[in-house]
Design a protein. Structure first.
Length: 222
């Protein structure tokens, strides 16, 4: 029986990578592409600030085509909705039936995704929804996922965490107010190795900069 084809919303971070791993293990859909919004003014992944060159290397390493959605800066909600509607039309025209997301527990975000896809012909699925995030974070680490913190909200986490590896030591140092997976936006990551990758993404440390109220570790291709 042919499985439904799916696009995976791909932030370049650990949760998206783990969602890909879960989807492949569950085997209910065939992931045929990674959908990523980028900032075309700066050639970086929206929110995470990761260079597009690293995003492209990531997609090659997991063995899936990249569907880029370039967004203007600043980007209004109307602009975002229009560009995403175009992508949905393209996906359905190519026989894709599912859009998968790596969201964990924010109900409002989940509802927003579902509402946006209503009437498009695409079904929203959430393969790692509602975990105990401390357990999930440890499972990621012990499961071989390698990621680096590329964006830190200094209101939630000390700036020195930017550029750190997502590992047991890091988890032990998080203050109790920080979700271990950063689901409330405390931090964002770039995933560069793990069971979802065919080979590691060659990446090196870069400059740590403050921009727009956040602290970014500007990783560079190695």
């Amino acid at each position: 029986m042919t499985r439904p084809q799916a696009l995976l919303s791909w932030s370049s971070g650990k949760d998206a990578a783990w969602a890909l791993h879960a989807l492949r293990q569950q085997g209910e859909v065939e992931v045929v592409g990674l959908l990523t919004t980028t900032n075309f003014a700066f050639e970086r992944v929206a929110m995470h600030g990761v260079r597009e060159a690293l995003l492209e290397a990531q997609a090659e390493a997991v063995g899936l085509p990249l569907w880029k959605v370039p967004l203007p800066w600043p980007c209004s909600n109307e602009d975002y909705q229009a560009r995403m509607a175009e992508v949905c039309i393209k996906a359905v025209a190519q026989g894709i039936e599912v859009m998968a997301f790596g969201d964990l527990f924010l109900e409002d975000v989940r509802d927003y995704r579902i509402q946006n896809l209503a009437g498009t012909g695409l079904k929203a699925v959430f393969p790692i929804w509602n975990p105990e995030t401390a357990t999930l974070a440890r499972d990621m680490v012990t499961g071989g996922l390698k990621a680096t913190l590329v964006c830190v909200d200094p209101r939630a986490l000390a700036p020195g965490f930017a550029g750190r590896g997502f590992d047991e030591q890091l988890l032990a140092e998080f203050p109790p107010t920080v979700d271990p997976c950063g689901e409330r936006g405390e931090f964002h990551t770039f995933a560069w190795d793990g069971p979802m990758f065919r080979h590691p993404v060659p990446v090196g440390p870069g400059e740590v900069v403050e921009r727009d109220g956040f602290v970014f570790a500007d990783l560079v291709p190695a």
